[in-house]
Design a protein around this ligand. Structure first.
Ligand code: IPE
Ligand code: IPE
Ligand code: MG
Length: 265
């Protein structure tokens, strides 16, 4: 038995959702390390870059499905600060792919009420891509649907260094006391400012590492690793991850079912 999403007609909307999935207990924020594009292509005797092209389709369908399910934020790792070390042709292909996809998809994102933001050191990206990104962020800033964050030239360590520098600058300017630096003031200087921390991290292609992704924000995220290569990540793989998430007991350092009040003080 399965149910259908009661939303407007679209190929993604008509996907059946498994009975066991509790729609009231979905992660508010889903983070994804989209890995395995190159291996997906290699397994088919194709050049690696074809895997990146196929990966775009998986991202589009995941975004739509998350939006339909009412997940509030999707943060996807598209290009790390370490990915510049790949061959120049692959890096150039990716930058051009980002430009093309953004140009092609912006209208749909606008009409689907998606708010898109790019997180990372954007000033190192090609100028044409920077312009497209700025335009897409501006045009979708007031949209009320899912928050879609695309981590591009993103590195968790670099993000923390940047935040530290910004706090130091504010102290030097006399805007902030050293004693005012706490978890909130630091989090306010991260690219993810305004977003709740991810509840669930999915990594595809079987790799069991973080690879410099959201080092601060993933502090208490549940982690789901699947062997599926990113281009093959579809509705079934997403539902499996969500069911796995719902089977977890999140304790945040506390004890099962024990609230601070129950402990007494
Ligand atoms: C992830 O797929 C996409 C990017 C890092 C841009 P990969 O390109 O890392 O694919 P594999 O891991 O080599 O298969
Ligand atoms: C992580 O994948 C970065 C992105 C998905 C954009 P990588 O393929 O770069 O990570 P490693 O090198 O396997 O750790
Ligand atoms: Mg990889």
């Amino acid at each position: 038995m399965s149910r259908q999403l009661a939303t407007s007609a679209d190929q993604v909307h008509s996907r059946c959702i498994p009975d066991g999935l509790d729609l009231s207990k979905l992660p508010g924020h889903l983070a994804v390390i989209m890995d395995g594009n190159g291996r997906w292509a290699k397994a088919r005797g194709l050049p690696r870059v074809m895997g990146h092209r196929a990966g775009v389709e998986a991202l589009k369908s995941t975004l739509r499905l998350c939006n339909d399910l009412g997940i509030r934020a999707l943060t996807a790792y598209a290009f790390s600060t370490e990915n510049w070390s790949r061959p120049g042709e692959e890096v150039n292909f990716l930058m051009t792919l980002f430009e093309r996809v953004l140009q092609r998809e912006l209208h749909a994102l606008e009409s689907e009420q998606v708010r898109i933001r790019f997180l990372g050191d954007l000033e190192d990206l090609p100028l044409r891509l920077q312009t497209l990104i700025a335009d897409a962020m501006r045009r979708t800033a007031d949209n009320r649907g899912i928050h879609f964050n695309v981590c591009t030239n993103y590195g968790g360590r670099r993000e923390l260094v940047r935040a530290s520098r910004r706090l130091a600058e504010r102290v030097a300017l006399g805007e902030l006391e050293v004693s005012q630096i706490d978890e909130n003031t630091l989090a306010a200087e991260l690219y993810t400012v305004g977003e709740l921390d991810p509840d669930l991290l999915i990594r595809t292609s079987g790799e069991r590492r973080i690879s410099n992704f959201l080092l601060w924000q993933l502090a208490y995220a549940e982690i789901h690793v699947t062997d599926v290569f990113w281009p093959d990540f579809g509705a079934d793989a997403l539902f499996s991850a969500l069911l796995d998430y719902q089977s977890r007991c999140r304790r945040f350092g506390g004890l099962d079912g024990v609230t601070p009040d129950a402990l007494g003080s």
